[in-house]
Design a protein around this ligand. Sequence first.
Ligand code: DHB
Ligand code: MG
Length: 219
Amino acid sequence: MSATQLFEAVDTYINSLFAADDEILSRAVERAQKAGLPEIQVSSGQGKLIYLLAKMIGAKRILEIGTLGGYSTVWLGRALPKDGELISVELDAAHVSVARETVKDAGLSEKVEIVEGRGLDEMRALEPSFDLVFLDANKDGYPAYLKQAKRLLRKGGLIVADNVVREGAVLEPSQVDPNAIGAAAFNQALASDPDLEAIVLQQVGIKGHDGLAIARVKD
Ligand code: DHB
Ligand code: MG
């Protein structure tokens, strides 16, 4: 077994132990597949991680940038209390329609709003304060999303950002890889921001080799 195969097998083992998809999440994956969406949603284990982070800080207001088909949206929505709210922004109209169905199927329509639009425009139009911002849209937009996330978050709030390692491409981003350039600039900004305390978790598994950034707004 190669190292890659072993990482995938252990990821699958962890996911099935701690984060097995229920019927709603399985249907969410199927619905997105049938609609031809790219199969790049977070893994179930990553879903469980963002769910736990939201619960750990008692998040009541969450913002997600990059809904895709709504898989991570269900995980985040489930972390909310009864009076909680999740706004999830998605640019692609076809993705929006799949995500809205998934949110409805999950019984989360009361708490979750899928907004069709550009991440940055929608962030600029929002008012503070949020408890958690999850970034999972175009990576070249991450530095700009970070500025808006800082404006929108309360003290003690969290920024969580997917795909900030890109198989190591952030070490020396190629000039023709705007996602790697964006992720590297985002990591640099996160690391040097005096208002934030942050770390990147390197991740290997069923989604390949990537990383998740977690930052907390200082009190
Ligand atoms: C891509 C985007 C993602 O959010 C992800 O988790 C994996 C891959 C992509 O655009 O390739
Ligand atoms: Mg992602």
